[in-house]
Ligand binder design. Structure first.
Ligand code: F6R
Length: 364
């Protein structure tokens, strides 16, 4: 089953180009038909004025990414919350809200409870993005989009996350076209989704470079992951992967928050990873990064190869494939998956079955 791979996690990381393509191709003719989300999707989508996303862990991070897409590209207000918080607090519900749960397993107890409890509320409907057909969330939601990641065995979620992002971008297009998204914009997003497997493949080809970069993390006990805007949740996902499988404490911060506290932690024992593609936030992030370096910190910058970042003492740059903005959260996540993987393997941890964790969290 493992073929040439040492671990399921690595195999699953490498399956991503195929899994992403399969997920995108799930909708006939690349039209992103409403019917891809299940029977009755068109009627429910017509009534959606806001989206409430509920999920846990890595799936929560994909929801965090989707919030940027839904608000920026589709003009739809979106809230995202971890299920264990959502279900236990008294909420004020905007009318016209769709409840969107995201789950690889479709069985996560808190997410399922959130869906069940929300039944009494005035949602226009529920949609689940899940990877396991006939799972509880799939059975109990009004609408379903199944990611085509295939079985994910590694406890640390990889291909499930990136295929969720494909589904979420397709969902953004489906809502966006009801909300004035220009036909050219829709086409641009579809084109980006079509080319995505190539960009991910190019990222996998950086594996040896990422492995080399990973060596600096082996003796460390702590690390910071920084990102801005849509790349903040990508940093969160990168940090979660590193802590789960390498047991190195990793914390993600929005880059602008650095000087409001965590900068005090930075010294030569605290590597800082920056997710810094060549977007409009790059200049600001550069000045944040300068603060870290001047305090003896070592920086590892994942940047678009066209962004003009070059390695210098204490700053290692990993030049990433140049790709459309919407592809970046997925492409950069793949690089961070490889980083965590290589750190963990070199530390000798049980990569596919990290201590204390279960693949499917069916109890609270
Ligand atoms: C992290 C990880 C977990 C899951 C979380 C939700 O790598 O795998 O954080 O993402 O337990 O699981 P699902 O997506 O099955 O609801």
């Amino acid at each position: 089953e493992l073929g040439d791979f040492d671990h399921y996690m690595l195999k699953e990381i490498y399956e991503q180009p195929r899994a992403l393509a399969a997920t995108f191709n799930a909708t006939a003719g690349h039209e992103i038909a409403d019917s891809a989300f299940g029977e009755g999707a068109a009627d429910i989508f017509d009534r959606v004025e806001a989206v409430q996303i509920v999920a846990c862990g890595t799936s929560f991070h994909s929801g965090m990414v989707a919030r940027y897409w839904l608000e920026e590209l589709a003009g739809i207000p979106c809230e995202v919350e971890v299920a264990s918080e959502f279900r236990y607090r008294k909420r004020v519900q905007h009318p016209g809200t769709l409840l969107l749960t995201i789950s690889q397993s479709g069985e996560t107890a808190d997410t399922l409870a959130a869906l069940r409890d929300a039944g009494a509320d005035d949602f226009v409907g529920s949609l689940v993005i899940a990877n396991v057909d006939n799972s509880s969330l799939v059975r109990e939601s009004d609408l379903v989009f199944l990611t085509r990641a295939g079985t994910e065995i590694g406890v640390a979620s990889t291909k499930a996350f990136t295929t969720q992002l494909v589904a979420l971008l397709m969902f953004t297009v489906a809502l966006g076209r009801r909300n004035g998204m220009a036909a050219e914009k829709q086409q641009e997003l579809v084109n980006a989704l079509q080319k995505l497997p190539d960009f991910v493949q190019q990222t996998l080809e950086l594996d040896a470079d990422i492995k080399q970069l990973s060596e600096a993390f082996i003796p460390k006990h702590h690390s910071l992951f920084l990102g801005r805007g849509i790349h903040y949740p990508v940093a969160m996902e990168g940090a979660l992967k590193l802590k789960e499988i390498s047991y190195i404490h990793a914390e993600a911060y929005p880059a602008g928050e650095l000087k409001h506290g965590p900068l005090a932690l930075v010294d030569d024992d605290m590597p800082v990873v920056a997710v810094a593609p060549g977007d409009e936030l790059l200049e600001k992030l550069k000045s944040n990064l300068e603060e870290v370096r001047s305090r003896g910190g070592e920086l590892f910058v994942f940047a678009d190869r066209q962004a003009g970042f070059i390695s210098e003492p204490r700053i290692k740059v990993l030049p990433m494939p140049h790709c459309p903005e919407v592809a970046k959260p997925i492409v950069y996540t793949v690089a961070l998956q490889l980083l965590s993987y290589h750190v963990a393997v070199q530390k000798g941890t049980d990569v596919d079955k990290p201590r204390n964790l279960a693949k499917s969290v069916t109890v609270e």
